[in-house]
Ligand binder design. Structure first.
Ligand code: MN
Length: 275
């Protein structure tokens, strides 16, 4: 018996089956034909007029055409989790940084002028300067630093911490982040738009996700330096530090007084710190 793992899909969503009909005549029928009466096509079990049940656990017994059927039928589900950057229309498009930023990325360097070196980045070999008030440093490998990433929907960065150092709360408006802790222990977390907190100490070898756009941070809670590599699903994810944006951007004092319920002296003090 196949494990009882099922995917259910409502009939109106699978217009993509029409494509399939050209290659598999038994799928040329209308959507409703599949549901009435209950039938079995390979491992695709039709259970009633509204729902399909796909026994995912029986895939090892499925023929290739059945696997294809499953992929086509399930396609509408996966459309909602596409990458944040646009898909490329060519193998690569190494950014020509001498040209102005246009539309949604950089113009491509000519393929004939592209070399292996365009795909290699050595900027993460060394730590950034952690002798700063926050005790932490980020070195970015985004498209501006690493032109080979242009159009590929990828970014990378190296993070280093002195003991007690903090990468302060920030967001990446255009990318989700995944961190891999190479050394040390970090109190890492993020807060959702509903102010739900997800945070704990992660250590060497651990990986954690910070979903796109959500406020997150990492504090070194160990006695040694710490180091991590992060990747993001954008060539230009953005890096917006919350405190710096609030107090280092010359917002009218009254806005900050009324936002944080602090007096004007405190606002001036914070502005002096972040400007
Ligand atoms: Mn981050």
């Amino acid at each position: 018996m196949a494990p009882s793992v099922f995917v259910t899909i409502k009939c109106p969503t699978w217009s993509s089956l029409a494509m399939f009909g050209e290659r598999n005549p038994r799928l040329t029928r209308s959507c409703k034909d599949y549901f009435n009466p209950p039938k079995v096509y390979g491992s695709v079990h039709i259970v009633n007029e509204d729902l399909l049940r796909l026994p995912v656990g029986s895939l090892k017994n499925a023929t290739m055409i059945t696997l294809l059927q499953l992929l086509v039928i399930a396609a509408p589900i996966f459309q909602v989790i596409t990458a944040s950057d646009p898909d490329p229309l060519q193998d690569f498009c190494v950014a020509d940084l001498t040209k102005d930023l246009t539309l949604n990325g950089y113009p491509c360097k000519r393929a004939a002028n592209t070399t292996t070196e365009d795909f290699i980045f050595s900027g993460l070999r060394n730590s950034g300067n952690t002798s700063v008030p926050t005790g932490a440093a980020a070195v970015f490998g985004f498209v501006q630093d690493y032109p080979g990433l242009n159009t590929l929907g990828l970014g990378i960065a190296r993070l280093d911490w002195a003991p007690g150092g903090l990468i302060p709360p920030h967001t990446h408006p255009r990318g989700s982040e995944i961190i891999y802790v190479v050394k040390g222990s970090l109190y890492a977390g993020f807060v959702t738009t509903q102010n739900q907190l997800f945070a704990r100490v992660i250590s060497k070898g651990d990986v954690m996700i910070f979903p796109r756009g959500l406020i997150h941070w990492q504090l070194n809670v160990g006695n040694t330096t710490a180091m991590a590599i992060v990747t993001l699903d954008s060539q230009s994810p953005g890096f917006q530090l919350i405190a710096n944006s609030m107090f280092g951007s010359d917002i009218l004092d009254e806005v900050l007084v009324k936002t944080f319920f602090i007096d004007e002296n405190a606002v001036r003090q914070l502005k002096a710190t972040f400007s």
